[in-house]
Design a protein. Structure first.
Length: 108
């Protein structure tokens, strides 16, 4: 399948609040789900900053992970974040490293 069809497919990640029968979410309204997604992006960016990376939402279906030099990778969901981050910067990324956690706590 082409990459565009994969993006349009709409397979939700478990962390995404979706309104569908049998799935509990407090965010049944589209605007609330979108706000929650943007909040996850904001929090992820705090953790990604020490690695020189940033995350952006792409049409509410995927994410764009980028380096400071503009190297970018589309990731389907947050479950693919760390493997993609390691590919982009060419070294292991440990978000639980004490130095990274200290930098996150110092961030505004």
């Amino acid at each position: 399948m082409c990459s565009l069809c994969g993006v349009i497919g709409g397979n939700e990640h478990w962390a995404d609040a979706v309104a569908r029968p049998g799935v509990y979410t407090r965010n049944t309204e589209r605007v609330d789900r979108r706000r929650e997604r943007m909040n996850r992006v904001r929090l992820a960016n705090r953790v990604l900053a020490p690695f020189g990376l940033s995350l952006a939402d792409w049409q509410g279906t995927s994410f764009l992970l980028s380096t400071r030099t503009g190297k970018t990778e589309i990731i389907e969901d947050l479950g693919h974040l760390w493997p993609a981050a390691e590919r982009l910067i060419g070294r292991p990324c440990d978000p639980l490293d004490p130095a990274v956690m200290a930098a996150v706590e110092r961030a505004p």
